[in-house]
Design a protein around this ligand. Sequence first.
Ligand SMILES: [Cu+2]
Length: 478
Amino acid sequence: MTISRRGFIGTSGLVVAAAGAVSGRTAFASVPEAPTMKEASTQAPLTPTSGPDYQPVATLNGWTLPWRMNGDWKEFHLVAEPVERELSPGMKAYLWGYNGQSPGPTIEAVEGDKVRIFVTNKLPESTTIHWHGQRLPNGMDGVGGLNQPHIPAGKTFVYEFQLRRSGTYMYHPHSDEMVQMAMGMMGFFVVHPKDPAFRRVDRDFVFLLNAFDIEPGSYVPRVNEMTDFNMWCWNSRVFPGIDPFVVGKNDKVRIRFGNLTMTNHPIHMHGYEFKVSCTDGGWVDPAAAWDEVSIDVAVGQMRAFDFVADELGDWAIHCHKSHHTMNAMGHDVKNYIGVSKKDLAKRIAKIAPGYMPMGSNGMGEMGSMEMPLPQNTLPMMTGFAQFGPVEMGGMFSVVKVREGLAKNDYKDPGWFKHPEGTVAYEYKGPKLAEAPRTEGPDSGAPSVDWRVKDRRKPRLGPDGRPLSGAKTGGHSNH
Ligand SMILES: [Cu+2]
């Protein structure tokens, strides 16, 4: 049996359904229950009902782990286990995570809290949890073999420490790390300031950047991959499966993210300039921060940026590495821009019926193309908005700034209604004089041969064979 987190919202003291009522995980009454989540959509933030007030975070396509108080200890229960995660409608992945999802639920607590975190290992191998960025006793730092024995399959270990600093942290295994992180094991850990007014915002979003290499038609990531990933994710989701960031006009907004991929990601948001307010090392002194429109996050780093949402609209937010706003991309695809493939297509269709050439005019056409795909994969670029195909994938979403949203309303408000006269439009005035064109292979202007000529090699025709009369290198292709 699973418990929907919605069941917890509004219940005072959060979670405490009788032990044993929940999924049979509670072995004995002194271990808090381990709620689990089936939904891949963003769940409503978990408003605190006791202790200091704070603005709870919204975990993008995720949720916050409910806890219970036991004396002056805040108790949580994480279960490391295999999970099934929808990356975007049309594609599922078999990952490892916590409490039913990858990433695991966000842990939220307050500076000064004493936390006790039970970790039950339901994986087929040992694990541990490292509390990235936290000040804590060395034996609680979670490096298997170095600070503690690995947690064997089937066992529950307990971590106890006091949260000394507010800020932006994460958790992940430090045990067979390469495999376990490549399988999706990670989670966010936010420590709110004891002073409810300190650096307070109205909306606070969190997500982790992760990447998978999943062959089209398969479900399990290849864990030995180091560079050539094909699913660039935020919280194990890819566009158009990533929920929008819904904010009210003039809200103070914070967006926090951590990078557990194998490369850096320049996160770019349109429409605003913004400042880094926090890293996994602590709060940034406002006097030391400067405005940016892209914030690079290196591997193993976390960044939070703040802005006031005073511009209405649907503003793109994405990684600026253009290969990271793609899904299921083959990196050995040739560039066919400027090559007319009509004749070639006819010939290939004779041996491979249904062959469809791509990319003579760029690859944008793929955004609206309906091509049969192998089972369980996604188009490279997809998603539709009010003006047509968005031609994106991977690490891409939309910040939707609207007037008159209720305080905790994170529902997708639909597409922005642009005020009249504020959308780019087609020029329909007097005919323009023909603009001069640079000569080139696809300009329509008479062209010289622009390819580099290497006299040592025979000249090739459009079919890739040497032109007749050219030197053929000793054997005939005909
Ligand atoms: Cu990126």
